[in-house]
Ligand binder design. Structure first.
Ligand SMILES: [Zn+2]
Length: 459
């Protein structure tokens, strides 16, 4: 038997349509060859009769819209790779699912359709997705298998890749039948309101695994969608891989209804307060982590806002570590060894001046001490969600009373600190205050943008 061929490629980012920060080639890392093989972390060598072709996987930190020219170039580059091979039997796509490209309504659908056009009709496609991704008819029509994360915060990324690969391999080697059915769910909330470590999502996601035990069901998924992109396709959805369409549709509707019926219970997974309230609530004797949520770069925020820093300085709060604030300009000012610098944020148009007691530079970060507080300024957008991020800069968290990170729900690593933690409901491109975000293109009605309406779905 001839060896089968599976081609691996993709583009993965989450784009806030409100952000002024356009993503291009400078924002994306390209994984290919051995790097991509290592990243996916799947036992490919077990399949001796399949050749895996590691093309290009473009990935970036969530941000603003992707530049259209760059986006089209990524498709061209991958198409050129695929043309070098004949008779591809399968393609594995690694994608996030919440990309925004001005002028293209459904970028993932467009991407998949274009790559699909380069291979034969018999070639099978499998798609791996983030649960904050968006599904469309174009995507479903062009793929054969689908797997999305089942955890938020995401701790099953590699398992999801594995599910998508195994379904694809099974389909190619054993010709295992698979149909994909899906249902839109008119609900669109933030990741912080739909974390899978708390109810109601904890149970809803657990139930997916129970449905997976049915013999007609191959793999069940629920997508929360992405709230900070004002697009026609933005919605939650249930997606089921099945061998029997009738049973698949019933299960898909059950999943959709289980999410819809719990929509009023979708609340933040951590205590949340406005900036002018938060410092009255925290226990000064305990180490506390505060998440500046409106400017969270891992949700698409820029990470440069200085509202919280301004407030802390005004209220003379001390023993605070800010990690971090994206600001390129300060590096030029520090070079001139000034003891007072002006911090400007072009996004919020705010500016403040800070006195510098001392500072040091490390790995494109400026660690500045000012009036018993430490502020990490970064040359590039950077979330501090790993304990190693602090270690690398020789920062001892034990020295501080309060750590302020740009984040929504806490990362698993920061959770390990077992600190008191709260979310600050701040302004920014990814604000949790949905009343403040523009809503011109989302389909109506959709909860919570519209409140009282019926969901026309029957089992
Ligand atoms: Zn996500």
């Amino acid at each position: 038997m001839d060896k089968k061929k599976i081609f691996i490629c993709g583009i993965s980012t989450e784009c806030c349509s409100y952000s002024s920060l356009i993503q291009n080639e400078n924002d994306f890392e390209i994984l290919n060859g051995k790097k991509l093989l290592k990243y996916i972390n799947f036992n490919f060598s077990k399949y001796k009769n399949i050749t895996f072709i590691y093309s290009k996987f473009y990935r970036s930190l969530p941000g603003g819209p992707v530049d259209k020219k760059f986006f089209l170039k990524t498709i061209e580059n991958i198409s050129n790779d695929i043309k070098k091979h004949t008779s591809i039997d399968g393609i594995l796509f690694l994608m996030h699912g919440a990309m925004y490209v001005k002028g293209i309504n459904d970028p993932e659908g467009y991407f998949i359709k274009k790559i699909r056009s380069k291979v034969s009709k018999e070639c099978k496609l499998s798609l791996s997705y983030d649960l904050h991704g968006q599904m469309t008819d174009t995507i479903v029509k062009n793929i054969n298998y689908f797997a999305a994360y089942k955890t938020a915060p995401h701790i099953d990324v590699k398992q999801t890749y594995s599910r998508a690969i195994k379904m694809l391999i099974n389909g190619i080697l054993n010709n295992k039948k698979n149909h994909i059915v899906w249902e839109k769910i008119p609900v669109l909330v933030s990741g912080e309101m739909s974390s899978t470590i708390v109810e109601p999502c904890k149970k809803i996601y657990k139930n997916l695994n129970i449905f997976n035990k049915l013999k007609e069901i191959n793999d069940c998924n629920l997508l929360i969608g992405y709230v900070w992109a004002d697009t026609k396709r933005a919605t939650a959805s249930a997606i089921v891989n099945c061998t029997d369409i009738t049973i698949g549709k019933i299960i898909c509707k059950k999943i959709a209804l289980s999410y819809w019926n719990n929509r009023f219970k979708l609340v933040y997974d951590l205590q949340s307060y406005k900036l002018n309230k938060i410092f009255n609530v925290i226990n000064n004797k305990k180490f506390t982590i505060l998440a500046d949520s409106g400017d969270n770069p891992t949700a698409g925020g820029v990470g440069s806002r200085i509202d919280v820093l301004e407030y802390v300085l005004k209220k003379k709060i001390q023993n605070v570590l800010f990690a971090g604030i994206f600001n390129e300009e300060i590096f030029r000012e520090l070079k001139n060894k000034k003891n007072k610098v002006i911090i400007k944020d072009s996004i919020s148009k705010k500016q403040i001046s800070i006195l510098i007691d001392k500072f040091y530079l490390k790995n494109d970060n400026a660690i500045v001490t000012s009036n018993n507080n430490t502020i990490i300024f970064t040359k590039y957008r950077k979330p501090f969600h790993y304990l190693n991020d602090f270690k690398e800069l020789n920062i001892n968290l034990k020295k501080y009373k309060i750590l302020i990170v740009k984040s929504g729900y806490l990362s698993p690593d920061l959770k390990k600190l077992k600190a008191d933690n709260f979310m600050i409901l701040t302004d920014g491109f990814v604000t949790q205050d949905f009343k403040k975000i523009k809503n011109s293109f989302r389909k109506k009605p959709i909860y919570p943008f519209q409140g009282n309406f019926r969901y026309n779905i029957t089992i």
